[in-house]
Design a protein around this ligand. Structure first.
Ligand SMILES: C[S@@+](CC[C@H](N)C(=O)[O-])C[C@H]1O[C@@H](n2cnc3c(N)ncnc32)[C@H](O)[C@@H]1O
Length: 194
């Protein structure tokens, strides 16, 4: 099994596909175990790495994961099948914005395009169960959100402005209980509805 994981990690490095840091994965796995998470929605499958790691955290876990990039989707399905996890992980090739569901999830992992975080958060926050948890990664974006002077790229500056705006409004929103872990993953927030 472990050699399978490292094959995915190798592929991610070679093809420049972002996958969650190991400490971030451990953080998700601990949440799944601690809160007896069963149903997970993941926005941004990449090549299926985090979905495979999350489903392996507990035999009760079922995941729906969404990836808009066709090439990554094909690779995600290949990896999920190689681990014989296709009965527990449903991978959809579409833009998460177009995914409509009435289903409630114990955990929603938001790991798609950073510029769309606010929109995707607003769209899916009501798909959490009453005790449900939303986890969002990349809230420090390689440290740039708190030190934008480190980049002169206009698009990157625009992106980090959007991430900061989303992060600030989240932390100050009385509707949510937000715990921010800047040193885990690429800056992870754990969000519950009060
Ligand atoms: C950081 S990667 C996901 C990594 C994956 N969660 C992991 O740790 O293995 C983000 C992925 O989200 C996808 N993505 C971005 N915006 C999306 C959207 N609106 N709907 C679906 N997928 C999206 C990108 O194509 C990319 O593959």
């Amino acid at each position: 099994m472990d050699s399978g994981h490292s094959d995915i990690e190798k592929y991610a490095i070679e093809k420049n596909v972002p996958i969650m840091h190991k400490d971030g994965i451990l953080f998700l796995v601990n949440i799944i175990k601690k809160h007896h998470v069963k149903h997970i929605l993941e926005l941004g499958s990449g090549i299926g790495y985090s979905a495979i790691k999350m489903v392996e955290a507990s035999p009760d876990v079922m995941i729906t994961t969404i990836e808009k990039d066709p090439e990554r989707y094909v690779q995600a399905v290949k990896n999920i099948n190689a681990f014989h996890l296709d009965s527990r992980i449903t991978c959809l090739n579409m833009d998460a914005y177009d995914y409509q569901t009435e289903m409630k999830f114990d955990l929603i992992f938001l790991d798609a395009a950073k510029a769309q975080y606010q929109g995707l958060f607003d769209k899916f926050i009501n798909n959490l169960t009453s005790e449900g948890i939303m986890v969002v990664d990349n809230l420090i974006f390689h440290g740039l959100v708190d030190d934008p002077s480190r980049t002169h790229n206009r698009r990157t500056k625009d992106l980090i402005r959007k991430i900061k705006k989303f992060r600030d409004s989240l932390m100050n929103d009385p509707l949510y209980d937000v715990q921010f872990y800047p040193n885990i993953g690429d800056g992870v927030a754990l969000i519950k509805i009060h």
